[in-house]
Design a binder for this molecule. Structure first.
Ligand code: F6P
Length: 356
């Protein structure tokens, strides 16, 4: 059996642990398994590049951050566009055949899964694995990489808190997550942030400033965990691309700096912001992610052995299972503004910047 593995989209902790689990399972349990790494995600498949991997390539990578295969972003909307007489999708299918693959593991986020579903429709034997610090893949309770990012963001806010308290400042900590606020929600609660602003709950600037002023009566500093995709209620009616365009004109990609300025002006508190950025994606996976990645990788390899393709591994109710790619492609798992976690946080006094 010829097996290809690729990692696509933004990297995160746990990718190498999945690669290792797939590799070791196949070497141990599939007679005559030949494993090929495809470099740079779908980029390598489009170019038709691969390299042979064996047990020694998997031995020492469990706790290594990033991906030993390399990755790239290949926008989904470009996949079916003809370029010099052929689309990227056609090139990938051709190269899948040329490489003689019997199975392709695609480790990636929501975009990667959309392309994986297309490859599957075109007859490639694809098995997806749910990766992303955003935790927004539909049909799985959790994605690998998420928990490590939660730990990093929580630890960062803990550290920021001591300097903020010393200076009696208000600090906005910008956390990754453009569409989904899971990472901000979980790390915000875990670090005791006073306010959590996420894309799913557009915030009202008056409510934010009022909360900052009021909470100063109890505590001389404020921590606001803000997702990079957080949105003003007044701009929520515009498309994401329109908001991005308007911000780009102001030299910004997110609303964080603008909000910090407004809070500072209106409340008279010294206000700063910190963007955590790629720290959240880098470094060694936490133990939870090492275990999750290993379980998902082993499970996916077992699916390949039994000839089950066109699916992606998932966690549902704590059990490892799978979903059809066609059922999850193009869908997102977002934070429901009324979910128990948000409700609980509100009950203990956390503000989400809405007017309730
Ligand atoms: O992979 C998810 C993510 O980290 C998002 O949270 C973030 O918006 C985006 O990737 C950043 O992407 P890039 O690496 O292309 O800057």
């Amino acid at each position: 059996m010829k097996i290809g593995i690729l990692t696509s989209g933004g990297d995160c902790a746990g990718l190498n642990a999945v690669i290792r689990a797939i590799g070791l399972y196949c070497c141990e349990n599939i007679a005559g398994a030949e494993i090929y790494g495809i470099p740079d995600g779908y980029g390598g498949l489009i170019r038709g590049e691969s390299f042979r991997m064996d047990e020694k390539d998997f031995g020492d990578i469990l706790d290594r951050g990033g991906t030993v295969l390399g990755t790239s972003r290949q926008p989904f909307k470009r996949m079916t566009v003809e370029e010099n007489g052929e689309s990227r999708l056609e090139k990938m299918c051709e190269n899948y055949k040329k490489m003689g693959l019997d199975c392709l593991f695609t480790l990636g986020g929501a975009g990667t899964h959309k392309t994986a579903a297309l490859l599957s429709i075109e007859g490639c034997n694809v098995i997806g694995l749910p990766k992303t610090i955003d935790n927004d893949i539909y049909g799985t309770d959790v994605t690998f990489g998420f928990q490590t990012a939660v730990e990093v963001a929580t630890d960062s806010i803990d550290r920021i808190k001591t300097t903020v308290a010393s200076h009696r400042r208000t600090m906005l900590v910008e956390i990754m997550g453009n569409k989904a606020g899971w990472l901000t929600l979980h790390s915000g609660i875990a670090s005791g942030a006073d306010m959590i602003l996420i894309p799913e709950i557009p915030f009202d600037i008056d409510a934010v400033c009022e909360f900052v002023s009021d909470s100063r009566r109890d505590k001389p500093y404020n921590i606001i965990a803000i997702a990079e995709g957080a949105t003003l209620a007044s701009e929520a009616k515009y498309k994401r691309s329109e908001r991005a365009f308007a911000r780009a004109h102001m030299g910004e990609t997110t609303v964080t700096r603008h909000l910090a300025e407004v809070i500072g002006e209106r409340t008279g508190t010294e206000t700063r912001c910190t963007v955590l950025g790629y720290l959240q994606r880098g470094g060694t996976p936490c133990a939870y992610d090492r275990l999750l990645s290993s379980r998902l990788g082993g499970f996916a390899a077992r699916l390949a052995k039994s000839g089950r393709f066109g699916v992606t591994a998932a966690v549902v109710g704590g059990e490892i299972t799978f979903n059809a790619l066609s059922d999850i492609a193009g869908r997102y798992k977002l934070v429901s503004p009324d979910c128990p976690t948000v409700r609980f946080a509100k009950e203990i006094g956390v503000s989400f910047g809405d007017k309730t």
